[in-house]
Write a protein that binds this ligand. Sequence first.
Ligand code: FE2
Length: 342
Amino acid sequence: MIFRQLFDSVSSTYSYVLASRRGGEALIIDPVLEKVDRYLKLMEELDLKLVKAVDTHLHADHITGLGALRDRTRCVTVMGEQSKVDVVSMRVGEGDRLTVEGLSLDVFYTPGHTDDSYSFHMGDRVFTGDTLLIRGTGRTDFQNGDSRAQYESLQRLMRLPEETFVYPAHDYKGDMVSTIGEEKRYNPRLKVRNVEEYVELMANLHLPNPKMMDVAVPANMHQGLHQEEVARRGWAFSAADAMGLVGRHDVALIDLREKAERERTGAIPGSLHAPYPDLMDNIDEGGLIHELASSGKTVVFYCAFGERSAMAVQAAQDKGLASARHIEGGMAAWKKAGGATR
Ligand SMILES: [Fe+2]
């Protein structure tokens, strides 16, 4: 496995690159905007293809690199389903798996620091965001923080094997990694006897607001691609209009989502499954989607929220597939409009 821990000294943020092999797919956890060039250089050096950029939660202390990485690599942006961020390409929930080629992380919903905080567990390590820090825990006094919920989330993390490595989103002392056992024994925040003591402890921290908060939170809320731009060019169907496309012989509906998303949410009847990571192969000459478009069909992409499909329309148009369209707002809009699923 390829594993890199990267540091942003301005916000003391750790970001993590994971991949199963050189030349393979990679994901990055908690990228920082100012470091995007560095990440991309590293991807090039290690011959990796970035396919997913993930935030453990909505950050208040730095601007996320999600949007910039998506714009430069067409990667999928991922956050938890509770996130208030306008549009990310994929949302994960408790019990889901976050996957790239050769790697699979268990998704734990660990609210408390924020109501959209997640941890990701894989084998011998867990990425804890700001839920569990080294000898600390993330503050709970803003962003819908809840120390009661955090206590429960911490108990859950403490049930992982003691030798599990803990990789947090931040450290202000320079510590890079810990273990569950070590935190159990030496983390002062875990020395409380019960949830009431924890709530009391967290209520009396009196921390100043993070310096970047007023800038970072609003910026991080708006990561959406401009689906309006795709619509302005006449490449979008509203969900309501898209209903009239089902069953038409001159239309190919293409589902870009992953298998697990299809199983959870259902799919549009009669649509074909062509996962987004294979998009470039599919729209190249000889690819499935290229052939469908060449045979005179209107190719209509859709995904969960319209992000991946908007990127796909742009990529297909760039390849000369003039009939490429997408469903604005994706399956979320489709379901809201009362569209049937199978
Ligand atoms: Fe945070």
